[in-house]
Design a protein around this ligand. Structure first.
Ligand code: LLP
Length: 436
């Protein structure tokens, strides 16, 4: 039987990357993030192949925010992908993971002066400028013309959770196209010291299912290209951001990620032809669609508590510290008992996390086989925005990440110890009685 992604069930047991999920839990402990390398590689490779065919002048920049650790960059750099980073920390990790700086795009709505200096010194390919202050700082610190794109807000409203929309008319990201601010800002950049204007960037939201949203964005972005060209401004690159949706629960019906990519490339090709503009280099920044379905999280069921006539809570050894998406976005998930994957789902549970918050519930009122303490529960599609958004809340350790491929497993991120968590804590003498 086939589940999401490349997960399979053999003899009632959940298999990921050729490894038995229950055995991984026994070997590495829980909570545990498991990452199916071949699955992520296949998606990344297919994006490159599609664009080589449909739109050869392109760069696929993986959106680091979805899953940032050295190994991921190692995996993607060798496939020819680049990276979108949004902080000094992501940039550092990308470089340490072997991502060539000439494939790195630096995004973010408020890069600090220190981050801008660090990125220039590292030789990043391009900044995606999102404020006047940033343009001034790049101009100040660059020693030679620095490539920049300008983040614009084309005003496309994609159907997704409102908290993860980044381009409604009221947005902290980008310069508005509708009110002319974007054009005004770009005009002001031309000829500025050490600023090499290369093009425009947008990102219309995340976890988007409707490919029409991307088509509308392409239309609005190419219209802007025409207006810029009309005043003699060349647009060499067009960055369309990320946003392709994935499957979390049965009701989710995204297209295959390859379909979104192919459709966007073809739509751009057609728009360029129809509007008679010079074909820009296409930059895309998929994050979730590369790593999301490649990840699962394994938990061990602990306390099971029935509230009479209300519900039964099964608590696991993880929670909002490894998955804050439920509390932030009401995100929904699918859970599978690792060694009884096909058992009849004849009981109803809410799966509680272990944090001291009533809202720390990972799944609400879901049907599962009858659970017992010690069961290993797998939550699916957790490869994107889980490890990268994890915290040490309640001083719970961020779970390690184990990579699996062809039946083999190894750490991608090691476990955090209690001492690791307390490592930067200080005991200054001013805390002592009678001393300043
Ligand atoms: N490029 C830019 C400029 C972005 O802001 C984002 C995501 C991406 C690319 C990648 O989008 P993707 O392909 O992953 O959809 N924490 C939220 C998602 C926030 C996404 C923010 N920007 C979540 O857990 O759903």
């Amino acid at each position: 039987m086939k589940l999401f992604g490349d997960l399979t069930i053999e003899n009632n047991r959940l298999i990921i990357g050729g490894c038995d999920a229950k055995e991984l839990a026994d070997q590495y402990g829980t909570p545990l993030y498991v990452f199916d390398v071949a699955r992520a590689e296949a998606t990344a490779r297919s994006y490159e192949e599609i664009l080589k065919e449909e739109y050869p002048d392109h760069t696929v920049c993986f959106a680091s925010k979805a899953f940032c650790c050295k190994g991921v960059y190692k995996m993607l750099a060798k496939l020819g992908l680049g990276a979108d980073v949004v902080s000094g920390g992501e940039l550092y990790t990308a470089l340490a993971g072997g991502m060539p700086p000439e494939r790195i795009y630096f995004h973010g709505n408020n890069k600090t002066e220190a981050e801008i200096k660090y990125a220039i010194e590292s030789g990043v390919e391009c900044f995606v400028v999102d404020s006047e202050l940033e343009a001034e700082l790049i101009s100040k610190h660059a020693k030679k013309p620095q490539n920049v794109l300008v983040r614009v807000n084309p005003g496309v409203e994609a159907h997704t959770h409102r908290f993860i929309q980044t381009t409604t008319p009221d947005s902290k990201f980008g310069f508005s196209v509708a009110d002319g601010t974007a054009e005004e800002f770009i005009h002001g950049l031309i000829g500025r010291k050490n600023i090499a204007f290369k093009g425009i960037a947008c990102h219309i939201g995340s976890q988007i299912f409707e490919r029409e949203a991307f088509e509308i964005a392409i239309d609005k972005m190419t219209e802007l290209v025409i207006r810029l060209n009309s005043v003699g401004i060349d647009v060499e690159r067009l960055d369309l951001g990320g946003g392709f949706g994935i499957r979390y629960v049965d009701g989710d019906a995204p297209l295959a990620p390859q379909e979104y990519m192919r459709n966007s490339a073809r739509t751009l090709k057609a728009a360029v032809k129809e509007k008679g503009i010079k074909p820009p280099r296409l930059i895309v920044e998929p994050g979730r669609s590369i790593v999301g379905e490649a990840g699962i999280t394994l938990y061990t069921v602990g306390a099971i508590k029935t509230i009479k006539n209300i519900k039964t809570y099964a608590a696991v050894d993880g929670g909002m510290f490894d998955n804050p998406r439920v509390s932030l976005y009401d995100a929904q998930y699918t859970a599978v008992v690792a060694d009884r994957a096909e058992a009849e789902r004849d009981s109803e549970y809410s799966i509680a996390g272990k944090c001291c918050e009533s809202g720390d519930i990972l799944l609400s009122d879901v049907k599962l086989p009858r659970l017992k303490s010690g069961d290993v529960l797998a939550v699916l599609s957790t490869g994107a925005y889980h490890y990268s958004m994890a915290s040490n809340y309640n001083r719970n350790a961020v779970p390690p990440v184990v990579a699996v491929k062809d039946g083999k497993s190894d750490y991608l991120v090691k476990p955090q110890s209690y001492a690791d968590m307390a490592r930067n804590d200080c005991m200054p003498s001013l805390l002592e009685d009678g001393k300043k």
